[in-house]
Design a protein around this ligand. Structure first.
Ligand SMILES: C[S@@+](CC[C@H](N)C(=O)[O-])C[C@H]1O[C@@H](n2cnc3c(N)ncnc32)[C@H](O)[C@@H]1O
Length: 543
C-alpha cells in the first residue's frame, strides 16, 4: 500500500488522539478531522455526545474500570462494532478481516468500548467476535448503500446530514443487520435502540427506533427505497455505485476498462466475505500435509489450493487458527495464493542472489527465502523501517533469517549507489490495492482517484531504479495487487519503451495457463479465479 505521512491516521493521531482522555472526561467530543463519514457528504465537523456517567474520571485522566460501568443490557457485539467503526473512520484501525480476527481479542475490544462510551458490556465470546467481524466488515462495505436507505427514511435531508457519527454508525449497523444479514428485525431494533440510549441519550434511541421500524415495514412489504440506474453515463455510474456500494470514480473506471457486466461482478465479489489462504512454512520443515492435519485437529474446514503446493484455503475458522497459535509459532503464514503465484514467477533457485526491492512486511520475501532452502542470498529493501523490523522478526520466527539481509533505504537512492547486480530483482510496487477490496473493506473509501496519478509516477521511478540492479542475463519481476491496467500493463509497456535492453519473458512456464495474458503477463482475476487480484510481468535483461 502507498505510504503517506499525511494519512488520515496520522493527522488523527496528531490532532485528536492526545486529547482523547480529556475530551472523554467532558461530555462532548469534537471529531474535527472526520473524513469519509458518509458517502453523501464529508461531515467535516461532528459532535458525539456522551452520557453524564462517563464524566467521572480518575487522577490519571482515564475513566475508572469497575463494575459500576458494567451494562448488561447492551449486546457486546453491537457496542464493539459501533466503536470499531468509529475508530476505522477516524483512521485508528484497519477493517481487514484478519485484523479484526487477529487482534480483536475480547478484552482489548471491550477496553476501547469503555474508554469511548464509558461502559463495558458482558464479556465477548467467540460467537460475539465472529459477529463483530461480520457486522463491521459488512457495514463498511455496504456503507454507501446503507446511507442511501437511511437518507431516504430520515425525516428530512438535514437530519441525515447533521447526524452525529456514533448515531450514524448505530443506524448503519441496524440497517445492515436487517437488510443484509436478515437478523430477526424486532430484536435488532430493540438492541440498537438500547445502545443509542445508553451510549448517547434517550432522544437518540427514539430516532433509531422510528427509522428502523420504518425500514422493517418497507422490507416486509418488499418496497425498500429503490436505487435508480438510468440517465447519462455519469448518472448511471452514480446509481451503480450506490447499488453496489463503491465510490463513483471506481465504477466509472471499471465500466470503462472491463465493461458493465464485469464491473458488476467485480463489485459483487468485493462485497462478499473473503476466504483466506494459509501457507505451510516449509522453511521450518513443515509441509502442506502437516498443516492439513493441524487444521483437521482444530476442526477448521479447509481445501487444498488448486494452484500451489503447501497452500490451504479456509473460509471460516481463522479465529481457531489464531487461538491455536499457528501464526504466532510460525507454523504457517497467511498469504493469498495470488501473491504466492508471484513467487512462482520469480522461481527462486538455491544458490541464486535475489533482491526484493519493496519487501516489507515480507510476505513474498519469506516465501522466497523458504524456497532457497538455506542456499543463496536474499536482500530485502524497504523505505519503511517499522515494517522492515516486522519482516526481520517474522524471518527469525520462520527460521529463514540465515539467507536474508534487510536494507532500510529508498530504492531510488539505493539503486544509484549500488555496486552489486543481482540474478533476480522483485519489485512488488506500492499500488492502489484495487485487487484486494474484498479483504480490505475500508480501502475502497480511503483510496482516492488522485492517488492513481501519484502511484503511476512512483511505479515508473521504482521500475527504473529496480532495473539498475539486474545483472545482464538476469530478470526483473514487477508485481502489484491491483487489477488496474494503468498500474499494470501500461507501466510495463512504458518501461519497455524507455528500456530497450529488456524484453518480456512470458510467464507460461511458471503459472497455470489460465493466469497468463496474451502479452505473457500474469493476471489473477478475483471473479474468475476467486483469489485476490494481482499482476506480474517478468522481464529479461539482454546480455
Ligand atoms: C505492496 S507493499 C510490499 C509488500 C511486500 N512485498 C509483501 O509481500 O509483503 C509496497 C512496499 O513498498 C515500500 N516502498 C514504498 N516506496 C518505497 C521506496 N521508494 N523505496 C523502497 N520501498 C518503498 C512500502 O514501504 C511498502 O512496504
Amino acid at each position: 500500500m502507498m505510504q503517506t505521512s499525511n494519512s488520515p491516521a496520522s493527522s488523527f493521531r496528531h490532532t485528536i488522539m492526545p486529547s482523547l482522555p480529556q475530551l472523554l472526561s467532558g461530555r462532548i467530543l469534537h471529531f474535527a478531522k472526520l473524513s469519509a463519514t458518509s458517502s453523501y457528504e464529508s461531515h467535516s465537523t461532528k459532535q458525539v455526545k456522551f452520557p453524564k456517567k462517563i464524566s467521572r474520571k480518575t487522577d490519571s485522566g482515564s475513566p475508572p474500570r469497575n463494575t459500576q460501568n458494567l451494562n448488561l443490557e447492551v449486546s457486546p457485539h453491537r457496542a464493539v462494532s459501533a466503536v470499531r467503526l468509529m475508530r476505522i473512520e477516524l483512521g485508528g484501525a484497519f477493517a481487514d478481516l484478519l485484523n479484526e480476527q487477529g487482534k480483536g481479542s475480547g478484552e482489548n475490544e471491550m477496553g476501547y468500548v469503555e474508554r469511548t462510551l464509558g461502559f463495558r458490556t458482558r464479556h465477548l465470546e467467540d460467537r460475539d467476535l465472529r459477529l463483530v467481524t461480520e457486522v463491521v466488515g459488512g457495514t463498511i462495505r455496504w456503507r454507501r448503500y446503507l446511507d442511501h436507505l437511511i437518507l431516504s427514511l430520515c425525516h428530512d435531508e438535514s437530519t441525515f446530514r447533521s447526524m452525529e457519527p456514533l448515531l450514524l454508525q448505530i443506524l448503519r449497523i441496524g440497517f445492515y443487520e436487517i437488510t443484509k444479514l436478515d437478523m430477526p428485525s424486532y430484536a435488532v431494533v430493540d438492541e440498537n435502540v438500547k445502545l443509542a440510549k445508553v451510549a448517547l441519550r434517550s432522544g437518540a434511541g427514539n430516532l433509531v427506533n422510528g427509522i428502523l421500524r420504518k425500514l422493517i415495514v418497507l422490507k416486509e412489504s418488499d418496497s425498500l427505497p429503490a436505487v435508480k440506474v438510468d440517465g447519462d453515463d455519469r448518472q448511471q455510474a452514480r446509481g451503480l455505485a450506490t447499488l453496489y456500494s463503491h465510490p463513483v470514480w471506481m465504477v466509472r473506471r471499471w465500466t470503462k476498462y472491463f465493461g458493465w457486466d464485469e464491473a458488476i461482478k467485480l463489485m459483487t465479489w468485493n462485497n462478499s466475505s473473503p476466504s483466506f489462504s494459509l501457507r505451510a512454512n516449509t522453511g521450518k520443515g513443515l509441509t502442506g500435509a502437516d498443516l492439513v492435519s493441524r487444521l483437521k485437529m482444530l476442526k477448521v474446514p479447509h481445501e487444498p489450493s488448486l494452484y500451489l503446493d503447501d497452500f490451504v484455503r479456509i473460509k471460516t475458522g481463522m479465529q481457531n487458527v489464531i487461538q491455536a497459535g499457528l501464526l504466532k509459532e510460525g507454523f504457517c503464514a497467511v498469504q493469498d495464493e495470488s501473491a504466492g503465484l508471484v513467487v512462482s514467477i520469480v522461481d527462486p533457485q538455491p544458490g541464486e542472489s535475489i533482491i526484493d526491492c519493496c519487501a516489507a512486511p515480507g510476505g513474498k520475501t519469506l516465501f522466497m527465502a523458504s524456497r532457497l532452502n538455506g542456499q543463496g542470498t536474499l536482500f530485502a529493501v524497504d523505505i519503511n523501517e517499522g515494517r522492515l523490523r516486522i519482516l526481520k522478526e517474522t524471518a527469525k520466527l520462520h527460521q529463514v533469517i540465515d539467507v536474508i539481509s534487510t536494507i532500510h533505504a529508498d530504492l531510488r537512492t539505493f539503486s544509484t549507489d549500488k555496486v552489486v547486480e543481482w540474478d533476480k530483482v522483485l519489485l512488488d510496487a506500492p499500488c492502489s490495492g484495487l485487487g484486494v477490496l474484498s479483504k480490505r473493506a475500508d480501502l475502497r473509501w480511503n483510496r482516492k482517484q488522485e492517488d492513481m496519478e501519484q502511484l503511476k509516477h512512483l511505479q515508473d521511478e521504482l521500475l527504473d531504479s529496480a532495473s539498475r540492479l539486474v545483472k545482464p542475463g538476469g530478470v526483473i519481476i514487477y508485481s502489484t495487487c491491483s487489477i488496474d491496467p494503468e498500474e499494470n500493463e501500461e507501466r510495463i509497456e512504458a518501461f519497455l519503451l524507455r528500456h530497450p535492453e529488456f524484453e518480456i519473458d512470458p510467464v507460461n512456464r511458471y503459472v497455470p495457463e489460465d493466469f497468463v495474458t496474451t502479452r505473457g503477463f500474469y493476471m489473477s482475476n478475483p471473479v474468475k479465479h476467486e483469489l485476490d487480484g494481482a499482476f506480474a510481468a517478468r522481464l529479461a535483461r539482454s546480455q
